[in-house]
Design a protein around this ligand. Structure first.
Ligand code: N2P
Length: 361
């Protein structure tokens, strides 16, 4: 009899495995707490297959080909999410299946939803700023006189020359770098004007010989954490994660984050379901799960990015919750800017500019 049960179990196991629902998630690198993934799988029996990207260029490349096979993606509100909404590439969300939607901050959702009337296609997952990751112990030693509060530190060629020996990097994303460079030049961060873009290109090429690399944002986080670079233009939470890792390693590498005092680039990353998702039901369930205050608090504590669920705030680990680089003060939020969505013509100019910058000519 026992024998029979064993044989039955062996025969049934593959059938059960096949019947198990799979949720295909495509998210940014270093952008979730692995325990949260585990917990969802345990609670629901849905298995998560998890892939990562580290730039919007990669995400859009994958999605624009269609049939990505993903059920849940996390594009930035503008430009990527906006373009996907316009192209009909996202599925309208069924709010009835997302009761935790009511937990979302309406002010932030309004700001993130400029390109998505009625917030029909996405909920904010996490958000943040673009700024500088700095290796403070080395910069203090090399150039104690330098002001650390803005992009001059990286983009003024004389500063870049002084700091080049200890390593400079810019993350590999035209979309998420050009707005800050244009703003630093006093131009419109959304500019499609050829003259403005030439000026941005000249500014980037002027520091190009000083750069140790133009790595993907995931690789850049590692380079910062190990102390391989001293100044990097990067995403806020990535730098703050790198700082924590460097502290834990205990080798004297001290990393800090600075959002440009003149007003940082703000981004909102949206939970969204591709129109051709194989399993939209599981995707809805996962979105609802992520919007529980205690779940999104665990995510924010782990990845050091703020979320848009105010009730989660007291549940976030104190050092993260109280870090003004994670949750920027209202003044920073007020003069920060959310880039718009360049048209196809501007997009072509921007991506050609970026290829020349990468090649260094
Ligand atoms: C996570 C980067 C996500 C922020 N590593 C960029 N939108």
């Amino acid at each position: 009899m026992r024998h029979f049960a064993l044989i039955a179990a062996l025969l049934l196991a593959p059938a059960l495995a096949q019947a198990q629902t799979v949720l295909n998630v495509y998210n940014w690198t270093d952008y979730i707490d692995p325990d949260v993934v585990q917990r969802f799988q345990q609670e629901t029996g849905i298995r998560i297959r998890y892939d990562v990207y580290d730039s919007l260029e990669t995400l859009e490349g994958k999605l624009s080909a269609g049939r990505s096979g993903y059920d849940l993606v996390v594009p930035t509100s503008e430009p990527s999410f906006a373009r996907l909404v316009r192209a009909g590439a996202l599925r309208p969300l069924d709010r009835a299946r997302i009761p935790n939607w009511r937990n979302l901050d309406t002010g932030l959702m309004e700001r993130a939803g400029r390109a998505d009337p009625g917030n029909a296609h996405g909920a904010i997952y996490l958000w943040g700023t673009v700024g500088l990751g700095l290796r403070l112990d080395r910069i203090r030693a090399i150039a104690p006189d330098l002001a650390l509060d803005g992009l001059d530190l990286l983009l003024k060629p004389e500063n870049a020359r002084r700091l080049a020996g200890c390593g400079l990097a810019v993350m590999d994303s035209a979309t998420d770098v050009l707005p800050s460079v244009l703003r630093w030049l006093g131009r419109d961060p959304d500019s499609a004007d050829a003259g403005d873009l030439r000026a941005a290109e000249a500014a980037l090429l002027a520091i190009r010989p000083q750069l140790r690399g133009i790595p993907g944002s995931g690789a850049l986080l590692d380079m910062l954490a190990t102390g391989e670079i001293c100044v990097a233009l990067a995403y806020s939470g990535d730098v703050i994660q790198a700082a924590a890792r460097a502290r834990e390693a205990g080798r004297g590498v001290e990393i800090g984050y600075v959002a440009p005092a003149a007003g940082p680039h703000l981004f909102f990353d949206m939970l969204a379901i591709p129109a051709d998702a194989p399993n939209p039901d599981a995707a809805h369930a996962f979105i609802d799960f992520l919007l529980r205050p205690e779940v999104i608090a665990a995510v924010s504590s782990h990845v050091r990015y703020p979320n848009a669920v105010p009730a989660s705030r007291p549940l976030i680990a104190a050092p993260v919750r109280e870090d003004s680089n994670v949750y920027p003060p209202d003044a920073v939020l007020a003069h920060g800017f959310v880039p718009g969505t360049p048209g196809p013509q501007a997009e072509r100019l921007r991506s050609r500019l970026w290829s020349r910058f990468r090649a260094g000519r």
